[in-house]
Design a protein around this ligand. Sequence first.
Ligand code: CA
Length: 405
Amino acid sequence: MDPLDVLTNLEKVEPYFQAIFSADEQKVVGYELLGRIQLEDDVHSLGPFFQDESVPEEYKIEVDNDLLKKAIQRIQEEDEDILLFVNRDVNSLMADRGESFLQILFEEKENGFAIERVVMEITEHDYKGDMNQLQHLLTYIQTCGVKIAVANIGKDNSNLERIGQLSPNILKIDLRQLKRSSPSSTFFDVLYSISLLARKIGATLLYEDIEVNHQLHHAWKNGGRYFQGYYLHRPSSQFIDRDLQKEKLRSEFHRFITHEKQRLETLFEHSQQFHLKLTNLLNKYRKHSIDYNELIQLLAHDLTNESFRIYICDEDGFQQSGNVFKGENGWIIQPQYMMKNWSWRPYFLENILNMRVNKRGFFSDLYSDIETGETIRTFSYPINEKHFLFVDVPYAYLFEHDGLL
Ligand code: CA
């Protein structure tokens, strides 16, 4: 498609809308505005036009603004809480300090349009200029009532600290990665980190490019409040019934919830069994007066399938034993770990308190062991008020027991 065709046929440029659904109400909360042009009998996406670097910036802005005006007029027919997500190129936005964009919004405000319905989508890692200036501009745009969504998070070189600095209202993450047969396992860790960041900065997570059921599952599992993608709705020139996917979303959620509850129950049962096993072993050895280094070696012998590392810490995280570690040639004692301190580790002190209050042991989440690189869990167990046992459980054991991975 020739860029000139677009410019000489502005009247044929038409807004298309892709619905965005909410998890809490299972209905349409907004639409992302997309550009299409009707030439002869075909509808063409305006994506290539906007990405074409040979097209002068001012032409793109002209088409963009035309689309925005048309879209605002259209969305006024809809319920007034329906949001309009509008893509803006962050560099051209900075070029005129958002003026042309805001001017259109203020004009439409005169016609009764609520600016608060607009969500401006930008891609942070496209930005080439000074971060503080962008931050100031976005704050100003937010003061005018527009919400900010930072899109394309989790790929290329998005920088979580920079994203946090921009205080967006919405973080938009695409799940295209998950369409591959084997998405990289770090992608899930990135999703998890982003969901924590979103929680910390009070941003809503929107997952897009959801095309199949399991992508929706991941979106739900990773704190997604908004969902978008072909699985739920293909872009169209028409708005849809807000409840169109209510039944589908409810039944999917029901499956996800059932699955997750089963998983948690299984983990809980494993945890109870592990706790019981350690209680029995410790009761057996408590009768003999042995020191902790002897104790962990006896336990290692009993737990040779369940563990590859065992040690004991006090309530402040100082090791009260060495490590007993299972290497290629069997268990060895590593006395150099005596008095090492682990209080700096995430959740360490919370876990100590948890054990002390509940008098129960429990599994940690899955994580990568720093020394072996393996995906493991640690079982923590209160020996008494002051001393706590840590049993690192190897991947092989987790793999063999349903519900631990
Ligand atoms: Ca977008």
